[in-house]
Design a protein around this ligand. Sequence first.
Ligand SMILES: [Zn+2]
Ligand SMILES: [Zn+2]
Length: 419
Amino acid sequence: MIVNLDELKKPCSCKKNHDISVDQIIIEAGAIKALPELIKQYAPQGGTITMICDDNTYQAAGHMVENLVENLYIVKLPSEDLHANEIAVDQTAALLPEDSALFLAVGSGTIHDITRYLAWKNNTPFISVPTAASVDGYVSTVAAMTWYGFKKTLTAVAPVCVLADTDIFMKAPYRLTASGISDLLGKYTAIADWRISHLVTKEYICERVCDLESQALETVCNNIEAIRQGSKEGYEQLMYGLILSGLAMQMVGNSRPASGSEHHFSHFWEMEIINPPLPYYHGEKVGVGLALASKVYHETKEQIRKGISLKPYEGIEKELIYKLFNPKNLYEEILKENEADPLKEIDLDAFQEKLGAIADIIEEIPSPEKIIEILQAAGALYKLEDIGLDASAYDISVQASCYVRNRLTFMRIRKLLDL
Ligand SMILES: [Zn+2]
Ligand SMILES: [Zn+2]
């Protein structure tokens, strides 16, 4: 299938000009055969075509690309301990030839984040060849990086084209596919966070973008069985859902439509504040974060329905932040991130009257039992123990994870309630 991008670029009632920088997205078996033609189009003067991959993704797809593309320069990174961080970026930059006309990102999320950042830095276009349906960030314009220990989204560029070859990405280890499903399911809480924030602070929101995420969610939920049975169509639909979610981010210019408190949990654990390094994929942590967020949100919703009062807000919890983040030398960074306290933007009198409407938005999120049922059906991880944490991580993650990002979520808004 070829994803229809024109539809998304049409004038929108939100008044924002929805820029889509990716030209073409093909999701089908044999999609990479389009590479030679596209290379002519995007590197018309010739020049070096540089493929960025790792040992595993070279095996999965890199060698096929090598057969299709003449004069290919290969940057093959070691798969072991490869993360989207300053180390991998420096390592890759040192291996790049001087005169690359075009990059090819052949890999999953990590390879794409490294490539999109370097593509932006070097002002070089890149074509994406995903090797797994594992994340929704393939067409993202920002790179999700761990930069000197701090989880950050850095300015980067989206690919000019995506060639998602079903024959390639459906052969990825199933754990990666399950991660993709979890990453997409995370949109349930991400969208609720966006809607709640819009309600209480008038933050910009776009209904078309929300619809796109809902469509992505529906697509994945309808195809979980098919995916588990190894159906090509099911895998294509999952990739389509992931791409739609990525396009939603591109239309807004940031990750707001796709990342809320479920992602903050994941970032918090990735920063290794209360835990050692967790050898689990992004989507796996997001899935566990989603199950937690749904539980907290629904429990709080019940309290709201019963009647709840506000408590005086005393600003961000500096003592807690110091205790947690200072040992990692991240105290100053976190303070800086929270300098403009998003809770201060809320008019408390008006907020009280909106509690009912907030509860209604939370009602739209599937219950924690339902979320766990979907994750289980997908063969995905869903509880703290699944990712090497234990029950003792629960309270502190609920309390502190919101501070990793200056983005208003209901997880943070709860701090205004006398629970
Ligand atoms: Zn719009
Ligand atoms: Zn994600």
